[in-house]
Design a protein around this ligand. Structure first.
Ligand SMILES: *[C@@H]1O[C@H](CO)[C@@H](O)[C@H](O)[C@H]1NC(C)=O
Ligand SMILES: *[C@@H]1O[C@H](CO)[C@@H](O)[C@H](O)[C@H]1NC(C)=O
Ligand SMILES: *[C@@H]1O[C@H](CO)[C@@H](O)[C@H](O)[C@H]1NC(C)=O
Length: 418
């Protein structure tokens, strides 16, 4: 009799506690799912000298080719066409005009890119910290630095930035290089994961690139020989910038830009495309970038599925999404508009950044995002010939960040605007 009672007692206790445990797990999951990571203080910066695309072209012909007289007629035409078709009006490079596209010795190159990276990174990081009212920079727990402008050098850039910005010496650091134009959105995904882990985590992200310096390290030009077309394209498109943001579960120290949180982050490698984009260094320390003509099409093929997967979980209507796309050139932006069936205005910040600053590699991701968020919450809406801006910014409740890089790989981040 007694042992039977004990059996019932045990059974009930175990039953109830497992029920309690399961409800607890459910509540925990629900609570966990509800936690949000905010994008605070988003900021960007550029080197000091502003050049028109015509000035860049003129200096490319002058300094890289040694003047028009060294060029074959058809190559001269090709240069004219590529610089024109880039859709870039202005861009920012730290070099003086005479030094644009001038070949640098390896050491001169590494010193120049490293120093410039530190300067523009500090500028955007300081602005991001200042934008977060009430944030003491001492409270930042993690720093992530990303760039495609890598060199063989140590200590790595994150340490220099900790020192320059006088951050806490116990800060957890990470330095990410060579992932290409998708760096910004990949690292936003990472910062989201770190911030989700603990409500006290405050993560500073900085992504910077000095891509115009590829133009100072081109494989040599030979007088009156056919020009390497890749070198023309690189020189016409790649420019410099830095973006920074701070990630945390609290939006308490926010300015107007931080009513933006991350819903989802997604990555993929497109099968059989590893040969389509490669960057290589040669014996004479020149750097060569190869981009296959098929590269954009591989991206356009993969994108519709990738984007519906990103939106489906939250049943989001693409109509309410603004697209912050890597500024990889007019062909990329146009192709994305077509393959996703978008209105021109859904890509307004990508077009704006493309024409005002150029192909910024991985740092473009944050720069494009920053422009749209700023416009959305500001009284002053942009207005400019040639770019189609939203008639009603209230249409946009989400931003889809999309970027592509060597692999060929795609990164997507879904942001919700509040
Ligand atoms: C960038 O330009 C500014 C202003 O011309 C100059 O003070 C600074 O030293 C330059 N930085 C590098 C690394 O060249
Ligand atoms: C670089 O040097 C190595 C060793 O001398 C040689 O095998 C290779 O072909 C060189 N590469 C080029 C592009 O000249
Ligand atoms: C812009 O830069 C990235 C490499 O960083 C490249 O994948 C993309 O194709 C470039 N765009 C053009 C048109 O060169």
């Amino acid at each position: 009799m007694k042992s039977k009672n004990l059996f019932y007692y045990l059974a009930i206790t175990i039953g109830t506690s497992s029920l309690l445990y399961r409800s607890f797990q459910l509540i925990k999951k629900k609570f966990f799912l509800k936690r949000k990571v905010y994008l605070n203080g988003l900021s960007c910066s550029f080197p000091l000298n502003c050049y028109s695309q015509d000035e860049m072209k003129e200096m490319f012909i002058e300094n890289y080719c040694g003047g028009k007289e060294n060029l074959l007629e058809k190559d001269f035409d090709f240069i004219q066409r590529v610089f024109q078709a880039s859709c870039i009006d202005t861009s920012y490079v730290n070099l003086s005009k005479n030094n644009l596209f001038k070949r640098m010795k390896r050491e001169e190159y590494t010193n120049y890119v490293k120093q410039t990276l530190i300067e523009i990174s500090c500028k955007s990081a300081k602005n991001a910290i200042e934008n977060c009212l009430h944030l003491n920079s001492n409270e930042i727990t993690h720093i992530i630095f990303g760039t495609m402008t890598g060199t063989i050098a140590a200590p790595s850039m994150d340490i220099h930035l900790v020192k320059e910005l006088q951050l806490n010496s116990n800060i957890k650091r990470l330095n990410v290089e060579s992932m290409g134009c998708l760096t910004g959105f990949r690292l936003i995904g990472l910062c989201n994961d770190i911030a989700l882990q603990d409500e006290n985590n405050i993560v500073l992200l900085i992504v910077s690139d000095i891509r115009s310096a590829l133009g100072n390290q081109l494989t040599p030009f030979e007088s009156n020989q056919p020009i390497d077309k890749s070198n023309v394209i690189i020189s016409a498109l790649f420019r410099d910038s830095s973006g920074a943001a701070i990630f945390s579960q609290k939006a308490i120290f926010s300015n107007e830009l931080s009513y933006c949180h991350i819903l989802k982050h997604q990555s993929t490698i497109i099968p059989d495309t590893i040969e389509l984009g490669r960057l290589k260094e040669f014996n004479d320390s020149s750097i060569h970038l190869y981009l296959d003509k098929q590269l954009p099409y591989a991206v356009f093929d993969a994108l519709p599925n990738f984007v519906s997967k990103l939106l489906n979980e939250y049943q989001i209507d693409i109509y309410h999404c603004q697209f912050a796309v890597h500024t990889g050139g007019p062909k990329i932006i146009r192709g994305i508009k077509e393959c996703l069936n978008l209105d021109d205005e859904q890509l307004c910040s990508s077009w704006y950044v493309m024409t005002h600053y150029g192909n910024l590699s991985g740092s473009s991701n944050l720069v494009v995002l920053e422009h749209f968020c700023r416009w959305k919450y500001s009284e002053n809406k942009p207005n400019e010939k040639g770019i189609c801006f939203p008639k009603d910014f209230n249409r946009y409740k989400y931003i889809v960040g999309l970027s592509f890089g060597p692999g060929i790989a795609v990164e997507g981040v879904l942001f919700q605007l509040e």
